[in-house]
Design a protein around this ligand. Structure first.
Ligand SMILES: NC(=O)c1ccc[n+]([C@@H]2O[C@H](COP(=O)([O-])OP(=O)(O)OC[C@H]3O[C@@H](n4cnc5c(N)ncnc54)[C@H](OP(=O)(O)O)[C@@H]3O)[C@@H](O)[C@H]2O)c1
Length: 323
């Protein structure tokens, strides 16, 4: 594992351990490893590998799973050190696709974005695309099977992205909740344990090429209802509608995570075609199970992000909406 100690990587390591694999995690140590005594740890910055890391990377590997490459500068120092690798899996993102709506969703053949350094999300997707291209060129030459796993939005235990957490916090806190989303807004989330299961299987299958690892499609209504019905306290949703929310300058996605207005081009990313992954064995955990699990994790960490809708403002908006 190039990475493996925070969220998705942590799920992958757990899955490998469940299957009895020998796992090595290479990481910097900024996030403490939860795997003491269970895996071999190699502490290094991949951009400047230590002598130990250099030796370890040259060993024979059934699979290298790379969760931490965000830029070609992360790959350049590592690739020449790899000696004998059967399969290399890069975790990339569906964010690399151009935001055009496609009738059957974005398939692996959908056009990718043009380089855009000015937009923070697109800039990181652009860097991922460069990683994909760099690996294709390099690994083809040395006959290593390359799988590029383009992930959709991932949820689950250990998630620190502050996306689903907004709704989980509302469920934990109880009270009145402002819901700006259109009921039919598509939402596509994948449980990190489904990603881990699929990618571990991919090593056995020597799956190659590009694959979208995205969840089953649902609606904002189903998602919000699923979260709020798991609340331990009484919760009352107020479905104010997006016109009201936009008129009152609520910020989609940042202030109210997972909300995308009907006109948002980002909605294309909630319509990713996952049929290649499904035919290769990707399974989908039922949403209520994922939410229950994530809620248990959120109950341990708690907290309200500075970027989220302020509680007093939320109550004021609900008050105005009720007239
Ligand atoms: N979450 C989503 O919804 C989503 C969506 C699309 C794609 N993805 C992709 O999924 C991947 C998984 O991310 P994750 O954070 O959950 O993975 P993770 O493997 O659980 O955590 C990231 C790991 O990378 C290590 N790392 C980071 N920079 C490093 C460096 N320079 N040298 C060595 N180790 C380094 C970190 O360790 P230290 O901090 O200790 O260095 C940590 O172990 C990412 O590539 C992300 O782009 C995620």
């Amino acid at each position: 594992m190039l990475g493996g100690t925070r969220f998705v990587g942590r799920h992958i390591v757990e899955e490998c351990l469940r299957r009895g694999d020998d796992v090595t995690v290479l990481y910097r140590g900024r996030s403490p490893s939860p795997f003491a005594g269970l895996v071999r740890h190699v502490l290094t910055d991949r951009r400047a590998p230590t002598i130990e890391a250099t030796t370890v990377l040259a060993e024979p590997w059934d699979g290298v799973i790379d969760t931490s490459a965000g830029d070609v500068d992360d790959l350049r120092p590592v690739l020449p050190l790899l000696g004998n690798v059967h399969q290399y899996i890069l975790l990339s993102t569906c964010g690399v696709y151009r935001r055009a709506s496609a009738r059957h969703g974005l398939t692996e053949r959908a056009p990718t974005i043009a380089a855009d350094a000015s937009h923070p999300v697109r800039a990181s997707a652009t860097r991922k695309l460069r990683c994909e291209r760099y690996l294709r060129r390099r690994l083809d030459r040395i006959n290593v099977t390359l799988l590029i796993a383009r992930l959709g939005l991932v949820i689950g235990r250990y998630d620190d992205s502050a996306r689903l957490a907004y709704w989980l916090e509302h469920a934990l806190r109880g009270g009145d909740v402002l819901v700006p989303m259109d009921d039919r807004q598509p939402v596509q989330l994948i449980d990190a344990s489904d990603v881990a299961h699929f990618l571990r299987d991919a090593v056995n299958q020597q799956l190659a090429g590009v694959v979208n690892v995205a969840g089953a499609r649902t609606t904002a209504r189903t998602l919000v209802d699923t979260v709020l019905t798991r609340a331990s306290r009484a919760v009352t949703p107020f479905r104010v509608g997006e016109d009201f929310a936009l008129t009152h300058r609520l910020q989609p996605w940042t202030e109210v995570p997972l909300w995308l207005p009907t006109s948002s081009p980002e909605l294309a990313l909630m319509s990713v075609n996952n049929s290649r992954a499904a035919s290769a064995g990707l399974t989908f955990r039922p949403l209520p199970d994922s939410v229950t699990d994530a809620l248990g994790w959120q109950a341990l960490r708690r907290g309200w992000s500075q970027r989220w809708l302020d509680h007093a403002r939320e109550q004021d908006l609900i008050h105005r909406w009720r007239g």
